[in-house]
Design a protein around this ligand. Structure first.
Ligand SMILES: [Zn+2]
Length: 435
């Protein structure tokens, strides 16, 4: 089901005209109300009237996460606080969090973006939507909540954690949809498997809206098989409102971006020049409708490409390919670029292993070490190292051939790798502490 056919299926020419009109307005607002943007544009010799349409967007300055932290908390706000209705912030592990503020219209547009993704799973009146994203400053919980509201569905705000109770409510309330991080969904699926109280057959789940962390096709297959659902990727970032900047359609062939609200570009992260159509590079967003805190050309650090071909679902909204990784997440180990998601992809090729893993990078005798904890499924596990060897060898060979570095692989017992209830933590880089 398509939530908003007018916007999601708009012809390219009409979309370009709409984006141009919205860009001109947002640039004028930023120039007049946000000193940060006025200063940047003055330095570059750009005036709002130089931006005639969306084709001029490359003339505008970028905004980085660093800029958002410098302007903490409200330096980028374009409206008085009296017009603001809510504040969210990202869970910054270091330093100041990234803040986003919302007017009434901003909250409505955000919910609209989430609702468009939920419509893919035909969510509507009578459907219980279990929101197991964390409620709080994190945008996941309230974002999914408001999206379900717009669809006329039943909101079940369980928030994250307390898995046993989550599962009990999932069964007793017959939840139709589960919204959480893919890693937490997998954890819930494992809890259901182990439980003697409930079986997956007792559930009414038909769709999962998973996001807030990158995940792989292998993880999707695992979640769909274990939970008997269709697993839909919902994409977003706090800087652009939260979840619902885009989402997959029923064909699961890339993430449609709601480009009437969030204009995407792909740039070369080294030269900052626009990439050729279809080329991989860094994703950049401009919020075209945001009132309280509009952001121009935000560098997401996500590496992906854009697909403009028409989709089988009928939506014309541009599709984003799977995110290869965040340029921030990229580790350089022995001079080689490594993304944690590559390890997950490899693991899902081997049925004996669960998709759980933990990487520890360190430096000993001036050489990087790469330790990888992985988990065998209970039917394959043995504490006897010689019985583990037949599983380690092919995994080791695959990682060496794909990534080019030799891991020290450690087998953990089933459930031996710590599960997280929010965003999964996969890497510990001890090298940072020695510099
Ligand atoms: Zn589609």
């Amino acid at each position: 089901m398509i939530h908003n056919p007018k916007m999601e299926c708009m012809g390219r020419e009409e979309m370009t005209a709409l984006q141009s009109e919205r860009l001109r307005k947002i640039v004028k607002t930023c120039y007049e109300k946000v000193p940060f943007y006025k200063n940047k544009m003055d330095k570059m010799g750009i005036k709002p009237e130089d931006i005639k349409g969306i084709e001029d967007i490359h003339k505008l300055p970028f905004t980085t996460k660093h800029d958002l932290r410098d302007e903490y908390p409200f330096g980028l706000q374009a409206t008085p606080m009296s017009e603001v209705r809510r504040i969210h912030a990202s869970s910054g592990t270091t330093g100041k969090p990234v803040v986003d503020t919302y007017t009434d219209n901003d909250i409505a547009n955000w919910a609209e973006g989430v609702a468009r993704v939920m419509a893919v799973g035909d969510i509507g009146p009578g459907d219980v939507v279990q929101v197991s994203y964390g409620y709080g400053l994190f945008t996941g919980g309230l974002g999914a909540h408001d999206g379900a509201h717009v669809r006329g569905a039943v909101q079940l705000p369980t928030s994250a954690g307390n898995s046993e109770k989550q599962i009990m409510l999932m069964k007793d309330f017959q939840s139709a949809a589960l919204c959480c991080t893919p890693s937490y969904a997998l954890h819930l699926a494992e809890c259901i498997e182990k439980s003697d109280q409930v079986k997956i057959e007792d559930m009414n789940l038909r769709v999962g809206f998973f996001g807030a962390e990158p995940w792989t096709e292998g993880m999707r297959k695992e979640l769909e098989a274990k939970l008997h659902i269709k697993a839909i990727d919902i994409y977003g970032l706090t800087e652009m409102s939260g979840p619902g900047v885009g989402g997959e359609c029923e064909y699961q062939c890339g993430t449609h971006l709601w480009e009437d609200m969030f204009y995407p570009e792909i740039i070369n992260p080294d030269t900052l020049e626009p990439c050729k159509p279809g080329e991989f590079g860094e994703l950049v967003f401009t919020s075209l409708c945001k009132e309280a805190m509009p952001i121009i050309r935000y560098r997401t650090r996500d590496l992906t490409r854009l697909i403009y071909d028409k989709c089988k679902c009928g939506r014309t909204a541009v599709r984003m390919d799977r995110i290869l990784g965040r340029s921030d997440d990229m580790m350089i180990i022995r001079g080689v670029n490594v993304f944690p998601s590559q390890i997950e992809t490899v693991l899902t090729e081997f049925p004996a292993f669960t998709p759980q893993y933990f990487i520890t990078v360190d430096r000993k005798n001036n050489e990087d070490t790469f330790d990888l904890d992985v988990e065998l499924r209970s039917e394959f596990f043995s504490p006897n190292p010689s019985k583990q060897m037949p599983y380690i060898k092919p995994l080791y060979d695959r990682i060496v051939s794909l990534i080019g570095i030799k891991p020290n692989i450690h087998i953990k017992e089933p459930g031996g790798i710590e599960r997280s209830i929010g965003k999964a933590k996969h890497v510990k880089d001890l090298r940072n502490f020695q510099n």
